[in-house]
Design a protein around this ligand. Structure first.
Ligand SMILES: [Zn+2]
Ligand SMILES: [Zn+2]
Length: 383
């Protein structure tokens, strides 16, 4: 049974009490050379190195141009100023936002709350958004879960995304920020623009996280659709993760991403196995299995571990939606009939959406996918 515990989570209390902000790297792998801040909903202060440059508002804009490592130019109020190492764009009130876009490369405007810091790296600008954790979560939930879902689903996503963020906040420490805003960490494409139900879901789960049996933040992985069976993490990442045992999921199996089909040329299929894994095609039984492999449950290896072909490698090679599929020959083509979308570890988003529509509350949904974790509230932090 899933346990809802009211625990003081002292281990992390000092961090929480001092700050609830995260530094989010905005698309740090993109080579931003020229970015623009505009359409501020309220005044922002622009500081460059030690100088106060001016106030950004709804009628003006700030462009930042990469020159070289440690050097960038600004265009503000029609005036270009040269040679800065660090630029900060600071909000004067909570809840205000501005639009961030880029002209090199072209990136359309997206609204963000919080402060910004821009630094010229070796070959690009690094843009970091310093944002309140709960505001960040609203953006994550909308980016990851879309609109039109039940509040209980959004509450599920709020708890697991909050847990993920706090557990992973050292992930990009070496690069000068906590998390990136891409799928690599969790998608935070913009501030929450749509339904205010998302805000309520974040507020009503404030300070709630999942912990494992050791009391530390739980590994709250999630993917779009598990295909009816969540995946053992060792099948994907080659390591056992305590508390993430596979779960049979009856809720997602009729959703639109539950099944997929992909057809592959038989020569391409065979060549992959022979060249990379020296698959014994000269053996008639092995050869037959290569083109006729049923699959009722998830497995780490294709056909048999003895052949040494991880299902995840086949997924990567043929760009498949999941590593959960059967193989058959139909009309001279290899036909893969697959289930699910994504790695399949942890929470199944589409299954959780169905559960919420059927009337389950968020604690029941979390308990279904994470039966070994505890939902923990941190009362000393909610003052
Ligand atoms: Zn990342
Ligand atoms: Zn599922």
């Amino acid at each position: 049974m899933f346990r809802f515990l009211l625990l003081f989570f002292c281990l992390y209390a000092s961090w929480f009490c001092s700050a609830q902000n995260l530094r989010i790297g905005i698309a740090p792998t993109k080579k931003y050379l020229r970015v623009k801040f505009s359409n501020a909903s309220a005044p922002y202060l622009v500081l460059a190195d030690t100088a106060f440059i001016g106030t950004l508002n709804s009628t003006n804009s700030l462009e930042v141009i990469w020159i070289e490592k440690g050097k960038m130019d600004l265009v503000f109020g029609g005036v270009r100023r040269n040679g800065f190492k660090n630029v900060k764009v600071l909000a004067t009130n909570s809840g205000q936002f501005l639009e961030l876009s880029a002209s090199i490369p072209q990136v359309k405007p997206r609204a963000f709350e919080g402060d910004f810091e821009i630094t010229p790296l070796l070959d690009r600008l690094l843009v970091v958004n310093d944002v309140d954790l709960e505001t960040y979560l609203e953006g994550v939930i909308e980016s990851e879960g879309g609109e039109g879902q039940k509040k209980e689903y959004y509450k599920v996503q709020a708890v697991i995304s909050r847990t993920f963020a706090l557990k992973s906040k050292t992930k990009h420490e070496q690069e000068g920020f906590n998390l990136c805003n891409q799928v690599h960490c969790q998608a935070y494409l913009h501030k929450r623009n749509g339904s205010s139900i998302i805000d309520s879901a974040v507020l009503e789960t404030k300070h709630q996280v999942l912990t494992g049996m050791d009391g530390a933040f739980a590994p709250t992985f999630f993917s779009a659709n598990c295909g009816g069976e969540t995946c053992d993490p060792s099948f994907i990442w080659n390591e056992r993760i305590t508390g993430l045992d596979p779960v049979l999921d009856t809720f997602c199996v009729k959703t639109k991403q539950a099944r997929w089909i992909k057809k592959i040329d038989p020569t391409d299929w065979k060549t992959f196995f022979v060249e990379k894994y020296t698959f014994p095609v000269e053996d008639s039984i092995s050869y037959q299995l290569l083109f006729d492999a049923p699959l009722n449950h998830r497995k780490a290896f294709f056909i048999h571990p003895g052949y040494g072909v991880p299902m995840r490698d086949i997924r990567e090679k043929f760009d498949l939606k999941s590593s959960f599929f059967s193989v058959s020959m139909e009309e001279n083509l290899v036909v893969l009939k697959g289930r699910g979308y994504g790695h399949g570890v942890g929470l199944c988003q589409e299954g959780a959406m169905v559960m919420a529509k059927k009337g389950f509350d968020y604690t029941q949904i979390l308990g279904y996918y994470f039966p070994l974790f505890n939902l923990v509230i941190q009362p000393e932090l909610s003052r």
